[in-house]
Design a protein around this ligand. Structure first.
Ligand SMILES: [Zn+2]
Length: 889
């Protein structure tokens, strides 16, 4: 590979930032680049790498490229961001490959499915098809250099007439998604240029280098999009996944930025390894890294591999594609977080430096794809074939999802699996499998399919880290050193949705139909011409969405605190909704039919209000629901993730609006317009943000009938503010040594062995050991309106080190408590002493306060918006809480 012309062209980008009269295009153009390709300067008026381009500018540039080279580049759209910006990718290849793009897509689908394609056909495809590589830039909006590198890479591929580039494009179809998170980038760019003075500051304490809340990393709903590849709740990732499943690119690279004092990271990845990533995949990733290393050596760039950034969790962009047989990896560049940044060594890192390195890494990767074309296609075919064989042999070959108690969640899992590229069937009739009988409509997933690994990584209850890795972690802890487990160690979809699944070793003999990717089935109304009214059985999100929509339409709705049996013989669970014609008028029937259709609810019309067991419609145990105005505390010091996730779940999954309010206004304003206030988790000091008067304002509001809901670590603030009579626990580990004290002269002490020393230097009175996220079982007290319609057992995240003392019965109720130590871990890895201490501790507490109440979740139920199994509980807290509070109305 001859790099000389490139080096000359590109080393200059770094200069561009300080001397705005030189640019890569101008320097390289006269002898290397063809003039017919528009440069960034031509289109946007400034040299590439000299300004942090806005999303609109990036889009404009790609449109200019597409207009100039219609035979070599196509733009495709996969959606729209929440703020209305286009989500798109470019396909770049030789004119011949672009002309045959439809064939390429169809051929890749054939190669991806050995059930439809013979070995011989596959051989022909492998010999003749181009390889493919998908480069995704800028998923974190404040990791700024990679989208600019996406523009430069596209420019280079189209403008360079040299033989190497032509060869790449003959052998490879290159997909470039330059802007995975346009809303986050827009937030960063607008704020950055707002803070710049006469000169751009390189100082890490300058306003340029410190983003206000919320920073540009996340999207509009403040999600970390690089955790959304499991639940696919955000358009930026859901749309990208749909596009990837059209082409099954052989390589997928997610290009990020990291701390500005580091160098550059690329594959191979760090431990712990996900055991569902194959040895062959790991070897190929190694080769991608090796070729990157060669290019970086030529340019004289530092880099590192393997030490950080693991792919254990499948919810990252750089891990999800691996489970379809794509080679996926993350690249990370030291971030200038602006035009320039002074490193700890005193060097100046520029924006252009980042653009350059990401560009070189992009080209190196494209070269790997081109040079290994046939081997990569062969590996992909082998992977998809082996996946089917593994499924055929597995004891748990067939997964059956048939949850009678929560059909909404079962339907959502089935639709979600389809969106992940997994084939899912529904039985046309009742059937028997492995000794159990299942009703018609049960979902069946045969893991003997090319997406076998995706089935397992999403549905398996437990995925283990290697025993030697775990032993090392325990050793580190024993030596008072931090462990290396990152993020979460569990994510099983059925657990997070709290849906039961079964496994069987063979396919049941029953007629089946393919399932669509819809997440909600249309609901139905039984007896729509009912004389008296309608009942909606409570317990799943179909009913939940119905409730939110009905309240927004201004309907009068009652909710029962106790289960009852209607004269028609049907039993309805606590929480069930009652809508009468007497209160809603004759047009109620048509409204209910339309609401059932859109929300998925199953509604039963009744011709009489007669109840044979449990409360009648007019009982004190049947409460009128008032449409509450829901506020969410917003801005510093709250976790933007917790605030954003809460807002998203309530607005987009339940369908109910919220109002975001900053602490200053919460502290000073009359809050009587609001009936529910949600305090998201926070790492900072909530008490300081509210001030004493603010806490007093909120306490008065609660006493006058407000429903205060705390999420995760915000529960500690409720305790500190005397709103909740619980306490946060220290570690339960008993120390044999007395406290060290802070004396400057102490009595002499003899250590007999190293263990005594290790014990002695432990901190006094430590918090429980910090844990990465696991899935924890919790038991539900069924005898309270807050648990109406909720299953006996729920699954929650357990992350961090907050463990709380239960409420005593004179103060309130512990509605949901973690299970016993031997059962508490449903999935993941939790330190033994945390299992002991977490057991029987509260997940959800309820404490009445005068006319209002405090409802405290000790872990965030909206974590990443993927604990669907906790949504009914949250709806009970918001809508049931507002119904049970007694403000002056
Ligand atoms: Zn990132």
């Amino acid at each position: 590979m001859k790099l000389s012309f490139l080096s000359a062209a590109l080393v200059s980008i770094g200069l561009v930032c300080s001397q705005a009269h030189a640019s890569v295009e101008q320097l390289g153009l006269s002898h290397s680049y063809q003039a017919s390709t528009p440069t960034v300067t031509d289109t946007l008026g400034y040299p590439v790498g000299s300004r942090i381009s806005s999303p609109e500018q990036i889009y404009t540039y790609f449109q200019a490229l597409a207009e100039a080279h219609p035979e070599q580049i196509k733009l495709r759209y996969y959606g729209e961001s929440w703020e209305g910006r286009p989500l798109f990718y470019a396909i770049i290849s030789s004119a011949k490959n672009i002309a045959q793009l439809d064939d390429f897509e169809a051929n890749m689908q054939r190669l991806a499915d050995p059930r439809q394609t013979s070995e011989r056909e596959a051989k022909q495809l492998i010999e003749s098809m181009p390889a493919s590589v998908w480069l995704s830039y800028g998923v974190h909006g404040n990791e700024i250099s990679s989208p600019e590198a996406g523009m430069l890479t596209a420019y280079h591929l189209l403008a360079s007439p040299n033989a190497e580039t032509s060869e790449y494009l003959e052998n490879t179809v290159v997909f470039i998604d330059p802007l995975q998170n346009p809303d986050g980038r827009a937030r960063f760019v607008s704020r950055y240029y707002m803070t710049v003075g006469l000169e751009h500051s390189a100082d890490r304490i300058s306003a340029e280098h410190n983003e206000p809340w919320p920073n540009g990393r996340s999207n509009h709903y403040l999600f970390d999009l690089n955790r959304d590849w499991l639940a696919l709740t955000q358009p930026e990732i859901a749309g990208q996944v749909e596009a990837l499943l059209n082409y099954y690119p052989l390589l997928f690279i997610d290009l990020h930025e990291m701390g500005g004092d580091m160098s550059y990271y690329f594959t191979p990845e760090a431990r712990p390894y996900n055991p569902l990533i194959t040895e062959s995949q790991r070897e190929s990733l190694w080769k991608i890294g090796e070729n990157n290393g060669r290019w970086f050596d030529q340019e004289g760039y530092d880099y590192f591999t393997r030490e950080i950034f693991d792919a254990f969790y499948p919810g990252y962009g750089a891990s999800w594609p691996l489970f379809h047989g794509t080679l996926a990896a993350t690249y990370e560049m030291a971030s200038a977080r602006g035009h320039k940044f002074r490193t700890v060594d005193g060097d100046i890192l520029t924006y252009g430096d980042g653009v350059q390195r990401h560009f070189i890494a992009s080209l190196a990767t494209i070269e790997t794809a081109a040079e290994r074309r046939q081997a990569l296609l062969q590996d992909f075919w082998n992977y998809r074939s082996m996946a089917i064989e593994l499924g055929e042999k597995a004891d748990d070959r067939v997964r059956i999802i048939a949850d009678q108690k929560d059909p909404a969640a079962a339907r959502k899992i089935a639709g979600l699996l389809r969106r992940h590229g997994v084939d899912v069937m529904a039985s046309d009739a009742q059937f028997k499998a492995c000794g159990k009988t299942y009703p018609a409509g049960s979902y069946i997933v045969d893991s003997a399919q090319p997406a076998h690994f995706m089935v397992r990584v999403l549905l398996d209850q437990q995925i283990d880290m290697a025993a030697d890795f775990l032993a090392e972690q325990e050793q580190l802890r024993a030596n008072n050193l931090p462990d290396q487990i990152y993020d979460v160690t569990a994510w099983s979809l059925p657990l997070m949705f709290n849906v039961e699944t079964d496994a069987c070793d063979k396919l049941p003999r029953v007629a089946m139909s393919a399932v669509s990717s819809d997440l909600i089935d249309a609901g139905q109304v039984i007896n729509p011409t009912a004389k008296v009214g309608f009942i909606v059985p409570w317990g799943d999100m179909n009913a939940g969405r119905f409730l939110a929509a009905a309240l927004r339409q201004g309907l009068t709705i009652k909710r029962t605190d106790l289960a009852f049996t209607h004269a028609n013989g049907q039993r309805y669970p606590a929480g069930s909704l009652i809508l009468t014609k007497a209160e809603n008028g004759e047009e109620l029937a048509s409204t209910v039919v339309q609401l059932a259709q859109s929300t998925g609810a199953k509604v039963v019309g009744v011709d009489s209000s007669w109840v044979t067991d449990g409360p009648n419609f007019g009982s004190v145990n049947v409460k009128k629901l008032h449409a509450p105005n829901v506020a969410i505390a917003w801005d510093e010091p709250f976790s933007s993730l917790s605030a954003g996730h809460s807002r998203f779940v309530i607005e987009q999954q339940m369908g109910y609006p919220t109002t975001a309010i900053r602490p200053q206004q919460l502290a000073r304003s009359d809050l009587s317009h609001y009936q529910v206030l949600i305090i998201p988790a926070a790492w900072g000091n909530i008490s300081a943000a509210f001030g004493e008067a603010g806490v007093e304002n909120i306490r008065n509001w609660v006493n006058r009938g407000g429903v205060l809901i705390t999420m995760g670590t915000a529960t500690q603030w409720a305790i500190d503010s005397d709103l909740l009579a619980s306490a946060r626990e220290k570690s339960a580990e008993q120390k044999s040594e007395p406290s060290h004290g802070s004396e400057k002269r102490v009595a002499g002490k003899i250590f007999h062995d190293h263990a005594e020393l290790a014990h002695y230097i432990e901190a006094d009175n430590p918090d429980p050991y910090w844990t990465s996220g696991v899935l924890a079982r919790a038991e539900v007290d069924q005898d309270h309106w807050l648990s109406a319609g909720v299953k006996d057992e729920v699954i929650s995240i357990a992350v961090g080190n907050h463990i709380y003392r239960p409420l005593t019965i004179d103060h309130g109720r512990n509605i949901v408590s973690f299970a016993a130590a031997d059962r508490v871990v449903a999935s993941g890895y939790l330190w033994a002493e945390n299992q002991q201490q977490l057991a029987h501790k509260p997940l959800l507490m309820w404490q009445p306060a005068s006319k209002g109440m405090v409802i405290a979740f000790t872990q965030d139920p909206n974590y990443r918006a993927y604990f669907d199994g906790l949504n009914v509980l949250l709806m009970n807290a918001i809508f049931g809480g507002a119904a049970h509070a007694t403000p002056l109305r």
